[in-house]
Design a protein around this ligand. Structure first.
Ligand SMILES: *Cc1c(COP(=O)(O)O)cnc(C)c1O
Length: 393
């Protein structure tokens, strides 16, 4: 038996693509697919966006990398744009979502140590997903992701999602808490929403206990939920926000943004990344940030998201296989009563790329540039395949 030369870490869908354009992907046989997953919320501007391609090729022809030993002008410009758009004070650039969260976790620990807390604890949520590095898989609330990689890290305390009172109770018994890390919408575990007002209450709780409020907006950020960051819909600021995915439109970039006291924690030598925020990835991310703003893509995400959400609620009403339909902007989940992984294949056979999260939640994350006609195609196909599983009465 010959072993595949790629390590066996993914169960892959048996299709690959030769090129893409906008919301469409094409395979070697010339089949066209509408991409309702965007490389897992990455291709915010769709595929082969001319401005992204141009910025990358221009930058590649001038300068790709110099390291963070030197000033990186493109990185400074991108940081400024991100701070303007978010109200945060400063940024650390890494290469992925997990690294953005690692930076957040290190800020929280150092913040604790600076106050004389020797064993700082960070509150994290049930069913959270924060990445696959040792710290972020420990922070994740999914045994499948952790199993076999023990010993896990110390310093994390688990709490139920969307339950402020549970956090109050932890505060009573644990004076080592320094921060709370939470996704504004849990993505990997099936598009789980927080109730309106939760983030405001969390902000107040963090103020009261001098905890850092840290948001994992790796998936929800960069316009996905209808505002640049999800917290902007609640008129609050976190102390730390991690983002990645949509930021680079496919180039590897992660960012950890901080505000106020959290922005002053790191000092030279505390953290680093050899090519984090290099000129090439920052050139691409700059186009993403500028285009989201210029073309009002947050608003498009909100409008098309509402169209899809209401469309599904309407078209799937009466289907007793459907347990719940929920979403925020272009992050939509249709929860079924049964596991439905096979829908990925059924949809693909009809030219629509979807994802199933948590075993029974059809998850849609189309590019932010999607128009109504394209959204209607997704709505029709996904409705049809779910209704074929269990015809409406
Ligand atoms: C995808 C994701 C991560 C991990 O990002 P990587 O780039 O794969 O390291 C972390 N947090 C959330 C919420 C995510 O969706």
């Amino acid at each position: 038996m010959t072993l595949p030369t790629i390590m066996n870490t993914y169960g892959r869908i048996p299709v690959s693509f030769t090129h893409g354009k906008g919301v469409y992907l094409y395979d070697a046989d010339g089949n066209e697919y509408i991409d309702a997953i965007s490389g897992i919320a990455v291709n915010a501007l769709g595929h082969a966006h001319p401005l992204v391609s141009e910025a990358i090729s221009l930058q590649a022809g001038a300068l790709i990398h110099t390291s963070n030993l030197y000033g990186v002008e493109r990185q400074e410009k991108l940081a400024k744009s991100l701070c303007e758009i978010s109200g945060m004070d400063n940024v650390f650039f890494g290469n992925s979502g997990a690294e953005a969260n690692e930076a957040a976790i290190k800020i929280a620990r150092l913040y604790g140590h600076n106050q004389g807390i020797e064993h700082p604890d960070i509150i994290v949520m049930e069913n959270a997903f924060h990445g696959r590095t040792m710290a972020t898989l420990t922070a994740s609330g999914n045994r499948k992701i952790q199993a076999g990689f023990e010993p896990l890290l110390g310093g994390f305390v688990r709490a139920p999602f969307a339950d402020i009172e549970a956090l109050e109770n932890i505060a009573k018994n644990n004076s080592n808490i320094v921060a709370v890390l939470i996704e504004p919408v849990q993505g990997e575990s099936g598009v789980n929403l927080l109730p309106d007002g939760y983030l405001k209450q969390l902000r107040e709780l963090c103020n009261k206990h001098e905890w850092l409020m840290m948001l994992d907006e790796v998936q929800t950020g960069n316009g996905r939920t209808g505002s640049y960051f999800a917290y902007q819909q609640e008129q609050i600021f976190p102390d730390v926000v991690a983002t990645a995915k949509g930021l680079g439109n496919g180039l590897p970039i992660g960012a950890c943004l901080a505000k106020g006291k959290a922005a002053e924690v790191f000092q030279p030598g505390n953290h680093g990344s050899t090519y984090g925020g290099n000129p090439l990835v920052c050139a691409a991310a700059q186009v993403v940030v500028d285009t989201i703003k210029k073309e009002d893509l947050c608003n498009n995400a909100k409008e098309i998201g509402t169209y899809l959400l209401e469309g599904f609620k309407d078209s799937l009403s009466g289907n007793n296989l459907v347990k719940d339909i929920r979403g925020k902007g272009l992050m939509i989940g249709i929860e079924l009563n049964n596991p439905c992984a096979e829908l990925v294949d059924t949809a693909r056979a009809r030219g629509v790329l979807i994802n199933v999260a948590a075993g029974n939640v059809v998850r849609l994350l189309p590019p932010l540039i999607i128009n109504k006609e394209q959204a209607r195609q997704i709505l029709e196909t996904v409705t049809t395949i779910i209704n074929e599983l269990a015809p409406t009465a």
